[in-house]
Design a protein around this ligand. Sequence first.
Ligand SMILES: *[C@@H]1O[C@H](CO)[C@@H](O)[C@H](O)[C@H]1NC(C)=O
Ligand SMILES: *[C@@H]1O[C@H](CO)[C@@H](O)[C@H](O)[C@H]1NC(C)=O
Ligand SMILES: *[C@@H]1O[C@H](CO)[C@@H](O)[C@H](O)[C@H]1NC(C)=O
Ligand SMILES: *[C@@H]1O[C@H](CO)[C@@H](O)[C@H](O)[C@H]1NC(C)=O
Length: 250
Amino acid sequence: MHAKFLFGFFIACSLCLIYVNAQKVPITVYYESLCPDSRRFFTTQLYPTLQTNLSKWVNLTLVPYGKSNQTQLAGDQWQFSCHHGPYECQGNKIQACALHEIETTSPKQAEQGFNPTTLRFINCLMDKTEKKTDPTGADQYTFPIKNCSEINHIQNYAGIENCAQHTTGSKYLLDLGIKTKKFQENLVSVPTIVFNDKYQAEESKAAEVNLIKVLCKYITKDKPEECKNCGVTFTSSLLVFALIVVKSLF
Ligand SMILES: *[C@@H]1O[C@H](CO)[C@@H](O)[C@H](O)[C@H]1NC(C)=O
Ligand SMILES: *[C@@H]1O[C@H](CO)[C@@H](O)[C@H](O)[C@H]1NC(C)=O
Ligand SMILES: *[C@@H]1O[C@H](CO)[C@@H](O)[C@H](O)[C@H]1NC(C)=O
Ligand SMILES: *[C@@H]1O[C@H](CO)[C@@H](O)[C@H](O)[C@H]1NC(C)=O
């Protein structure tokens, strides 16, 4: 009887430990600053989802590079060519810089899976970057670095601008290029969304239109409110299971 009790207690406690040590879901997004599908995904799926309680379940890696290519000119001089032209290279570089620079003045907390200030800033760029036509009829883009910094109370606006105009920006963009090409030599789809470091094409496509649904599949313990219409919660099934185990032992 005593041994059985200890055994039951052990089982229940192991389950509780698994329950408490809820892991964040690694999500990597490969995308481009001027790609319409990337902008739509960012502003209608990624950003809104990370404003909910689901944010604490996500460990996010942003890789703004997409289908770009890099060529070494000399030493630390690199030339980039981008899917949507030279302006996109500039946009990607600004985001590459933001990912580093904002962290220095508004660092994320250790338990956070992403920097909320950087996310807000990049979402603002994805949302508000405007296309104009120059006198020759060519497309021209203005990146609202200043406006997006002001709106989001980012102190080192100058740091981001400076980085994007110098070799630091090229170095950060090159790092993203190396990361992207290590994942896929030529990115097949933009954006590409990878869960748990395992690429699945159908899942990436599904996440583009319903990120919450795919994310919730990966949250196996203690599903939050936002996932509840996706099925029976793990908490309640755990409780029932623990009761059955304990009952069967006595
Ligand atoms: C988010 O979680 C907090 C506490 O963890 C809770 O009070 C709040 O109601 C939740 N919000 C939503 C929208 O579920
Ligand atoms: C990058 O290189 C690949 C392979 O050579 C090519 O297919 C693609 O068009 C290039 N992309 C850009 C944006 O230059
Ligand atoms: C997020 O993932 C990285 C590895 O990609 C890891 O080093 C880091 O600790 C994780 N952060 C959190 C808060 O889980
Ligand atoms: C920045 O904000 C000002 C005032 O809100 C607005 O007039 C201007 O057009 C904005 N600039 C850009 C690049 O969005």
